[in-house]
Design a protein around this ligand. Structure first.
Ligand code: 5GP
Length: 191
């Protein structure tokens, strides 16, 4: 997605060899105009698959997921990272190792919001080693829901996340694919 790539080049900062900071429009400050375009693109890419629900993970997946949900006219569930008082029983849960924070989190979704009747689109802000995606796929499987696709805003293609999703024969679409960080500059995958 050209617009997104331009924003990454203009406002992204490469941290070390593996992390991209995009706090200007996605991970801290959010640009709703860009998010709306992202939502429309996800809706276009996953059209006609009978998707009736979106699942993401708090917190940075929520903005792109909600804009996709708005465009598709379907609800968005975000998996919670900490069990709150109001969300204790009746949970599907999975353990996710966080690439950026280097800690494991238990993620959970209430059983009332996912079932075997659901055709789910999984959306996240970044795909790195695929742990968040695998955790969300695990939760959908526990519910017996069908996973219709994975939509990623920014994929770091030099990490193993895409392979883990493709291994499970799940359609994956990433709006920006990063091949490498060369001299602290982003290099996109040529398509
Ligand atoms: P994974 O589970 O695929 O290893 O990592 C995905 C999660 O880690 C995303 O939900 C995102 O929050 C975070 N993440 C991974 N890589 C990056 C990165 O380069 N930049 C930012 N801002 N977040 C990242």
């Amino acid at each position: 997605m050209k617009l997104l790539e331009e924003r990454i080049l203009k406002e992204g900062t490469v941290i070390g060899n593996e992390v991209l900071k995009v706090d200007h429009f996605l991970n801290h400050q959010i640009d709703p105009v860009l998010m709306q375009a992202i939502g429309k693109e996800f809706a276009r890419l996953f059209e006609g698959l009978g998707i009736n629900k979106i699942i993401t993970i708090e917190s940075s997946g929520i903005a792109p997921a909600v804009f996709a949900g708005l465009e598709m006219g379907i609800p968005v569930i975000f998996a919670r990272k900490h069990k709150s008082l109001t969300l204790t029983d009746n949970l599907y849960s999975s353990t996710v190792y966080s690439f950026t924070k280097k800690v494991s989190n238990e993620i959970a979704v209430s059983k009332q919001f996912l079932s075997q009747d659901d055709h789910v689109l999984l959306i996240d802000d970044f795909l790195a080693n695929g742990q968040a995606a695998v955790g969300l796929i695990d939760i959908c499987k526990q519910a017996g829901a069908h996973i219709s696709g994975v939509g990623i805003v920014i994929e770091k293609s030099f990490q193993k996340g895409r392979a883990l999703v493709e291994e499970q024969q799940i359609k994956i679409e990433s709006l920006a694919r990063i091949a490498s960080f060369k001299d602290n500059q982003v290099v996109f995958v040529e398509e």
